[in-house]
Unconditional design. Structure first.
Lengths: 471, 471, 471
């Protein structure tokens, strides 16, 4: 049985002199508090502070990184307990699910999931052998026992993880009751929300018509007109700031398209969209126009605007029909930014009050488009490597391709973007180590003095995050 | 004169600790037998077992990697003995051709051709100086003398190379006489065929109409109907399995487009295609539909389906007119997989009985599209770096970009994809070394325990190939 | 205050054995003269040989690499003294500009600008602390004082820099008076021009109609006809060769599109273009046809043809309106070469007399398109990493992605492509070091014998430049 150990030099380059520099850089930032400005943890955890469930319901069933890999090797989602849309039966025994996972653990070799999970096993649960079919039950018992203890409640872990602030993400119709309750509870943990208006902004979102109706009711605005619709968003943004402490919005469109229509054109388009019979091109144009409107609102109310484009969501029709959205079948696509952002940037891009953070799953755009854009426009910053690219090699490619044109200071530090709460420290640690590894190479190759590298490491871990998200 | 030596540590990272790990990993797999599941050797070699020709006809005239490089630097193809379409005269003296090649050998510095050729010179022919104009004749004489010996016949080399199985590739009209004869000969070498139906599947292939007619005759099916045409392919697939031991099909389309037409639509399209007057778009749609039909057949008969898309074939009109196809003028293009494969995958992608292997020449799709697709769909695996990417740097980029999302176990080991028989061991050796080099970095950076890296190296070299190709 | 030192091993890999090889390779080429075959220095400098201005007007105001970075972080261009289109007031005090630059110097960490600037500070001005707000005035005073000395005049620096030849770039209407004067002056410095016909070739260029008119006058050709227009270009090319020593032309189109129209089609298109009312598609087609015409002229007159495609120029409408062209708002786009170049290459690509050098800002095309094209067509060579890619990581990616398919000998050495005269030695030094670093890895990994690496390093630095540009 292989011993499971987290080596103190993990992720640092093997060359001894470079590794020594990386170690020195890392030592000074390893203990900094975690800022998690973009993610998908459940605010109910921090409100209710209930015990987490069993090992399978905590670590496997909700984690599409995990079950997609098993599914790709022929393990049916039913056998992993993923709930069916039709309520049909799936595996109900968490221990059986855990054993299936354990017996396929070799599939994760070389993936970030393996690093995050090993960290959780060692650091949270004190396990010290690599997971396998042979020790699946030992693991299950140990984790199950731990999850019954007070120290494993959400708030205790939040404090143990040294989280200075964490942002969740809510739809525009969310009442933010959990955020309200957290604030009222007297607990000091800083949990804020993010305004994600897609359900009432994207005409192709399920239930868009009703969502817009409800948006109008909540905002007490007449959404039958374009202007009323915009005021409704402005109103909800204000609500998200006041009740949920939001400092940012987030937009997950299929493309990065923006538009700058005349008011008359926008009104006509809105009428089409509201009629429920718009074409795919009209839906795309509406999302495009709304990004520009959101940029205008951001200038007015100071919220940071995040754009996460370029994903073909729910690519697997069979899985979508049986298990619904977000089941590991989202596939990135080639994404243009240069033409797509031009309308928005021509209108607002030179305004230094505007603060847009761009994300991509198309790494080809890093050096070709994103670094030149962020290295010019005062309104643009680059988000960290996202989703599939939130990995050691993904982080290395990001710094190698972005830094020479955009520098470090047009980037915004790390986002964990996760609902896997227990892995959050592991994810931030990977980012810190990879930034130190990159900086160590620059120092070792005499491209940056070491004292400046220390400053950069600190900025990437802490200051740039606070600035970009106004935390 | 520089000594020509194959260093035992070649291709391993220079860092001493990483190199030591790479060495340990490599030692355990270096001697494994060769599985060559996709390639273009001539089955007649193994059937007739005749002596190979002279140094030029063996190593230069048929190798487009070699003559394209000389052509790119102004050496006319005529001077290299490449045959003309019109039968016009070209260089007939193999020694003159060899000298031209030798005097340009510096052009190959830094290319995989140089590595493969040097391996052949040292390991097959025992030469020990770097090839140059000065020693061209020494080389020529030594190789010519060797090629007259029994030990250099195809079957002897096959055994010396420790080839456990090799797949050739034949068109759908091929009678497979050589394969039949090999099996009847009592020789133990395992040589199987692969079903490559492009000539009778791609409406833009020269002679498509006649090829379909002949397909029908061979299969004793009425190819005037869509259903009869499909049955004809089913019949030929069965023939390829029975007579040639085929376990896989292969498809070299300009794009990865797939379609899922209704039977009525498909029938109408087939009628258009058969009429000989279809448009380019109809030809593309027909190929697209046929990939989906081939997937269905694969589910039924268990054959592995290989897709090799994204090449602008015969880009140089002058060379095409004078020398014909496959003369080093094939140029890769940007290739979409996400939209292109959607119809096929929506229909059959979730079926774990289906086994599709995707290849690409567009490395941008590795991390963005292919790894997310293969890391989700049970039917998809990723083929190794192909053609221009079958090189040390190409292999490194493949592992770096694919592994973190798809893992190692959604890949299928190495393909040599070559007709250059003598270089096959060298090509497999490069792949083994580069996989060990990649794994050694993971171990050195404490991302994977060394005992697990040994298991992965073994899987990449042997087990995954056997599984993917059902060898 | 951090000491500013240029380490003798800068940019070499940290691994000691690889670094030692890199050092040995570099030592033999470090002192070779500079060949600068493509750039944007002002021939007036070498003609008039006047003292340069103040530190801000020399190093900041004309350098879009520098001011774009400060602008991206909210520093208005007015505060950096960039002149306004309307002549409105901008910062007039060079010392104030310098202080703003100095206080933002940390933004350049990790960028090539930082390396070039530090080299200039140390090697040209003898400064020995890293620039910061604290020592901004010390810097300013030292540089200002130096710029008043004879040794800092253009010709003295040219000689000190060991420049064997430098090419400037002029529009087709330029009388080349400075080049004429340089030649008449008796000074030995070799300064040649390059024919950049865009202003009288691109229908979307400002003033195109008048430019063509003037072209006809200068060439004494009747440009009302297509044939006369072509003769006018032929005439100006001859003038550029005779008066300015030109050996090359240069073309900066939005795409790499080429066309091969019949004469009748071309005549009709020219008439449309001359009428001033052509569409965007017609303008694109005209540029495409003209590239093919220029290729024909190159075969006839021997000039090297450079293509620099793929930039969305002046992306920021606000900056364009206020400050005009070339203000750091040029953004690269995805660029196709395979289809785009097909018409030209089908016509002339197999002619070894033709010498085309391709540049790209879309690195994805390196391995996928450009290396396969250059590794086949006798007429094609690949230019060095350009603009945003003229950086250590950009150079590394270029060699890693290009070499295995195109080899070294289908590349053409380095271009500095700059108007920042003082940084020219620094830029060439980065390229030499990065080439040696790449070669050292090949040697350390036993992929290339060291004696051959020495030959390659020499070729990349000197011979290939001379050949490609006929210097």
């Amino acid at each position: 049985m292989t011993k499971l150990a987290l080596h103190p030099d993990r992720l640092f380059p093997a060359d001894p002199s470079t590794r020594a520099i990386a170690r020195r850089l890392y030592e000074r930032i390893a203990g900094l508090p975690i800022l998690s400005p973009h993610g998908h943890t459940d605010p109910a955890w921090f409100d209710r502070n209930e015990l987490f469930g069993n090992p399978a319901s905590l670590l496997i069933i909700p984690d599409h990184y995990v079950f997609r890999m098993l599914y790709s090797q022929g393990v049916p989602l039913e056998e992993l307990g993923v709930p069916r849309v039709d309520g049909g039966s799936t595996e109900a025994d968490p221990r059986a699910i855990w054993r299936r996972f354990a017996s396929h653990y070799h599939l994760f070799r070389g993936t970030p999931s393996r690093m995050w999970l090993d960290w959780v096993f060692v650091e949270i649960f004190g396990l010290d052998e690599v997971l396998s079919a042979a020790n699946a039950d030992t693991y299950y018992d140990a984790i199950e026992a731990a999850l019954k203890q007070e120290a494993f409640r959400p708030r205790a872990l939040f404090e143990r993880f040294n989280i200075e602030a964490i942002a969740t993400t809510e739809g525009p119709l969310d009442p933010l009751d959990h955020h309200r309750a957290i604030r009222a509870s007297g607990w000091q943990g800083k949990v804020i929300t993010t305004y994600r208006p897609d359900p009432a902004l994207d005409p192709e979102f399920e239930g868009f018509q009703q969502n817009v109706e409800r948006l109008g009711e909540l905002a007490r605005e007449d959404v039958s007109s374009w202007k009323g619709y915009l005021r409704a968003h402005e109103n909800r943004r204000a609500y998200f700031r006041e009740v949920g402490g939001a400092t940012a919005t987030d937009h997950g469109h299929p493309s990065a398209a923006t538009a700058d229509l005349s008011e008359a054109e926008a009104e006509r388009l809105y009428a089409r969209v509201r009629s429920g019979s718009c074409t795919a091109a009209e839906a795309e144009l509406f999302r495009a126009q709304m990004l520009t409107e959101m940029a205008r609102m951001s200038i007015e109310d100071g919220m940071t605007l995040q754009i996460h484009p370029g994903v073909h969501r729910n690519h697997n029709a069979t899985v979508m029909a049986q298990f619904g959205r977000d089941k590991g079948a989202d596939i990135p696509m080639a994404t243009d930014f240069v033409g797509a952002l031009h309308p928005l940037l021509s209108r607002y891009g030179s305004d230094p009050r505007l603060n847009i953070i761009l994300f991509t799953l198309d790494e080809d755009s890093y050096a070709r488009e994103l670094a030149p854009l962020a290295g010019h426009y005062p309104s643009l910053r680059l988000g960290p490597p996202w989703w599939f690219n939130d990995s050691p090699e993904g982080m290395r490619r990001f710094r190698e391709r972005v830094t020479e044109t955009a520098g470090f200071y047009n980037t915004v530090g790390f986002n964990d973007d996760t609902r896997a709460f227990l892995s959050i420290p592991a994810r931030h640690d990977v980012a810190r180590r990879m930034d130190c590894a990159f900086l160590a190479r620059l120092v070792a190759e005499h491209r940056l003095p070491e004292d400046e590298a220390h400053e950069v490491a600190q900025a990437l871990t802490y200051e740039l995050v606070k600035q970009a998200y106004k935390l």
